[in-house]
Ligand binder design. Structure first.
Ligand code: PNW
Length: 431
């Protein structure tokens, strides 16, 4: 009797997570190398004497080998991005070699039965767009992004079913344009922070609208947010305020067409036409979730001694936040829009290939995700581990490693870590 009941429970569990998958994610600038033209990160790393990207992991030359490795590790879903510069190194001038590169890359993925999920913009803005139209601070960026996207859709639209417009507009606006910014393009002010967010939202909406009118696949955006946990009951309002300023800043316009109350004094409303575009722009939501903080009633932030700290100072192994953010999305925004966790991952100090803490992190974050599916959030469809390879970690250069596959940056050899084998096993059991 007990045995049969157990069988029923197991088969119900498997049925509810059917179709759920674990994939891997990367981005163009962080792995490719052999870049074309100059982008804002080349300028930024030069100006602040940070580690230049160089040839990154040399994925540009080694992509076939990387795809074979991905396949051998059992991954069937890969999130990558396209370099705007490699397609358009100068305004209105298409680079055929770049076009061909992504054709070969996409074809190799499809041959290996790996589904590509492509981000159009993952931070590598061509420098000429900053110099000529002031990047994300000017309305003309919307047209520039549309022109670039049209070329990409025309080339690859019949091969690729899943598109993401913009990666983490929050990070670009706060760290690239906010008053205390520390990322490219380093144009730091309050006004710039809000303007760049507005134009990223509009650029996303216009491109999604174009895509939906001409193609049949799915398109979404990738938003990131930490989870802010009230330290005690009287910190609840402050925690809500922090969530609105981080996540609501982008989610509210996309779901309701308006900014959250805490942001209406700093952000003029969208027009009716803009609202229509924004609120119809998502076939799915891409969510990047990494970490959690406690917040008190004064806005003071802290962490828990039980959460393993990563190499990255902002990152802690706090799986409870994954559960909370998924519940928050379910309760406040949507119960049926498909959700992909488009990034989650951990930079472990001196990890080597026996990366037990990264494995712990991924196991715990996946547990919380799969638990939510089991409890009924069947719109959660996949989880992409950040990152497939150790890579160029922006302002931190190569000093913070997020890969489930180790990269030797002298001879570019790849070695899977324990976490890669763990995900391989889990994927094989998911079927
Ligand atoms: C994301 N923070 O960036 C990006 O999408 C990736 O390109 C990056 O490599 C990855 O996460 C790991 O950092 C973030 O300070 C950068 O909270 C900074 C933060 C969060 C995400």
């Amino acid at each position: 009797m007990m045995f049969f009941r157990g069988l029923i429970v197991v088969s119900l569990w498997i049925r509810s997570i059917q179709g759920f998958f674990i994939g891997v994610a990367t981005s163009s600038y962080q792995i490719e190398g052999f870049n074309v033209g100059e982008c804002i990160w080349d300028e930024f790393t030069k100006e602040f004497q940070l580690t230049p990207v160089g040839n990154a992991t040399n994925h540009y030359q080694l992509y076939q080998q990387d795809i074979e490795l991905m396949k051998s590790l059992g991954f069937r879903h890969y999130r990558l991005s396209i370099s705007w510069n490699r397609i358009l190194p100068e305004p209105h001038t298409i680079n055929q070699e770049g076009i061909d590169f992504y054709h070969h890359l996409i074809d190799s993925l499809l041959e290996q039965d790996i589904e590509p999920y492509i981000t159009l913009y993952h931070w590598d803005l061509p420098l000429y767009l900053k110099q000529e139209i002031n990047g994300w601070l000017d309305a003309r960026i919307v047209d520039a992004f549309l022109d670039y996207s049209k070329i990409v859709f025309k080339e690859y639209g019949s091969k690729v079913n899943y598109w993401m417009t913009i990666n983490e507009p929050l990070t670009t606006s706060s760290q690239g344009y906010g008053p205390s910014c520390n990322f490219a393009p380093h144009q730091c002010s309050d006004t710039n922070m809000y303007l760049s967010a507005r134009y990223q939202l509009l650029a996303h909406a216009v491109v999604a609208d174009y895509y939906k009118r001409h193609y049949e696949g799915s398109i979404g955006i990738v938003l990131n947010t930490n989870w802010m946990e009230p330290l005690h009951e009287r910190a609840k309002d402050m925690a809500q305020n922090a969530m609105d300023r981080m996540f609501g800043w982008f989610m509210d316009p996309l779901f309701y067409g308006t900014f959250p109350n805490v942001l209406t004094s700093t952000n003029p409303p969208f027009t009716e036409e803009e609202q229509r575009l924004l609120t119809n722009s998502l076939d799915f939501l891409g969510l990047n979730h990494y970490t959690t903080y406690y917040i008190d009633e004064n806005g003071q932030i802290s962490t828990d001694a039980d959460w393993y700290p990563a190499q990255s100072t902002w990152l802690f192994d706090a799986p409870i936040g994954m559960k909370k953010i998924l519940e928050y999305i379910h309760d406040k925004y949507t119960q049926d829009l498909p959700i992909f966790i488009t990034e989650s991952g951990f930079s472990q100090r001196q990890d080597g290939v026996i990366d037990l803490i990264r494995t712990h992190y991924l196991s715990a974050y996946l547990y919380e995700t799969m638990q939510k599916i089991k409890e009924g959030m069947t719109n959660i469809q996949g989880f992409f581990a950040w990152s497939f390879l150790d890579n160029f970690e922006w302002a931190s250069g190569y000093s913070e490693t997020f890969g489930i596959v180790q990269v030797n940056f002298t001879d570019y050899t790849r070695t899977p870590k324990l976490s890669a084998y763990f995900l391989q096993q889990l994927n094989s059991l998911l079927g």
